[in-house]
Design a protein around this ligand. Structure first.
Ligand code: ATP
Ligand code: MG
Length: 421
């Protein structure tokens, strides 16, 4: 009996991986331009790290974490997100000593025990970025400019940027209390989840997907009306900079994030192409997080992009896999040996070359070359071995040209260069 993969955890196969590589390479290139360096942290951390940072009453910590005891009875958790591990590493390695501003990015798998569906998996991938050390709203705008540019460069246009401010420990508690009182008067209309959490996490109710909750809270008080002077100014300045940079955005006063550590600016990139999995990227400011995890009092801001959702959005616009630039068809054992040497020489010269190993008929070999969509084919038989020459066939226009076998790599390079123009 064969053994299947875990539900909600997917293989990424050739044919699809090219799109992933493109999305990752573009992130490296764009983020690099903005001065971000990559950081890689382990896939597993102490459970405590996530409980303390994400928050005990969030969906992630309450029900989505893969938590287990290792053989020494340490409680470990597969990382459900990337920010907390990056902060842990930042503090542990004292990266703040290198420069007052740290710009870091990461990419890799995250794990959440959720109900698998389109755009929602149990192992999924994020590309994320974090800036530590700057409170200036310019950094909020710069992070958003980078995110915006990334989406432009990967060719995904059907997204809109929504921004909000969640206030700070100065102004949020009063707003929170007001919201609790507002919700209390409508408890019967809220879903069971929200009835349970409206006291512990009232902001989450505004984010609830249940129709009843949405309806009952249409006129709920908004954080934006309760920002303290400093938060109000911060938010206004972020908006001013976004406008100066010509980055389109909408203010969504109902947007709350599902993690406790966010303060002030929060944002999402949303799309209407993925049903209820409408957020393709999300993030915000987390000024108290580093300190709460035992580090210095440094502000931070970051985002995470859901790679599976990007791949779904790329859809038909997938990146095509590479194909052999040359397929060598050989007739007979000796020709096959020579073809093998020739092929390896080409590969050493950086040319993607392929051949047939099973001693099939010429017809079968050409069928395979066609199926592989090889750019050129070369037939190697007794005759060709003797003369040291062969016919190079262009598989697109079926034209043939003679080639000296000793000069095969150079000839091919010339042809590729000429085709590129
Ligand atoms: P959602 O509201 O869709 O559950 P979230 O608020 O839990 O998203 P974040 O924790 O902010 O998501 O993660 C950032 C991004 O990671 C999301 O915008 C989404 O694109 C992606 N993401 C989150 N959870 C999953 C998942 N289970 N499967 C695939 N992608 C995910
Ligand atoms: Mg979620």
């Amino acid at each position: 009996m064969s053994i299947p993969a875990i539900k909600g955890m997917n293989d990424i196969l050739p044919g699809e991986i090219e799109t992933w590589q493109f999305l990752e390479a573009t992130a490296r290139q764009v983020f690099g331009t903005y001065g971000f360096a990559e950081i890689r942290t382990p896939a597993v951390e102490k459970t405590e790290l996530f409980c303390r940072s994400i928050g005990e009453t969030t969906d992630i910590v309450e029900k989505e974490m893969y938590t287990f005891d290792d053989k020494s009875d340490n409680s470990l958790t597969l990382r459900p997100e990337g920010t907390a591990p990056v902060m842990r590493s930042f503090i542990q390695n004292k990266l703040y000593n290198l420069d007052p501003v740290s710009k870091l990015y990461y990419m890799g798998p995250m794990f959440r025990y959720e109900r698998p569906q389109k755009g929602r998996y149990r192992q999924f991938h994020q590309i994320g970025a974090e800036v530590l050390g700057v409170e200036d709203p310019k950094i909020d705008a710069q992070v958003l400019a980078m995110l915006h540019q990334y989406f432009c460069q990967i060719g995904i246009e059907a997204v809109s940027l929504q921004v909000n401010s969640l206030g700070c420990p100065e102004c949020r508690p009063a707003y929170r209390q007001q919201l609790i009182e507002y919700l209390e008067q409508r408890l019967d209309k809220l879903c069971a989840d929200c009835q349970r959490r409206y006291q512990s996490n009232p902001l989450r109710v505004l984010d609830c997907k249940a129709a009843g909750c949405k309806e009952a809270t249409v006129d709920a008080p908004s954080m934006l009306e309760h920002l303290c002077g400093a938060c109000d100014e911060h938010f206004n300045t972020v908006k001013k900079h976004l406008t100066a940079l010509a980055i389109p955005f909408e203010v969504n006063a109902r947007m709350v994030r599902g993690l406790d550590y966010y303060v002030r600016t929060t944002f999402e990139m949303v799309t209407d192409q993925l049903g209820s999995q409408n957020a393709v990227a999300a993030g915000g400011r987390y000024d108290g997080l580093v300190q709460s995890l035992g580090g210095p009092a440094l502000p931070g801001i970051g985002f995470a992009i859901g790679v599976e959702r990007l791949v779904l959005m790329k859809g038909a616009d997938k990146i095509a896999p590479t194909v052999p630039q040359l397929f060598i068809a050989a007739l007979g054992d000796e020709a096959a040996d020579q073809a093998f040497v020739l092929m390896t020489k080409l590969q050493r010269a950086g040319i993607q070359a392929e051949m047939e190993y099973q001693g099939k008929s010429l017809k079968a070999q050409m069928r395979r070359a066609n199926k592989l969509k090889a750019n050129y084919t070369l037939i190697l038989g007794e005759e060709e071995l003797k003369s040291g020459q062969a016919q190079l066939k262009n598989m697109v226009d079926s034209s043939q040209s003679p080639v000296v076998l000793d000069r095969l790599a150079e000839t091919l390079m010339d042809k590729f260069a000429a085709e590129k123009g």
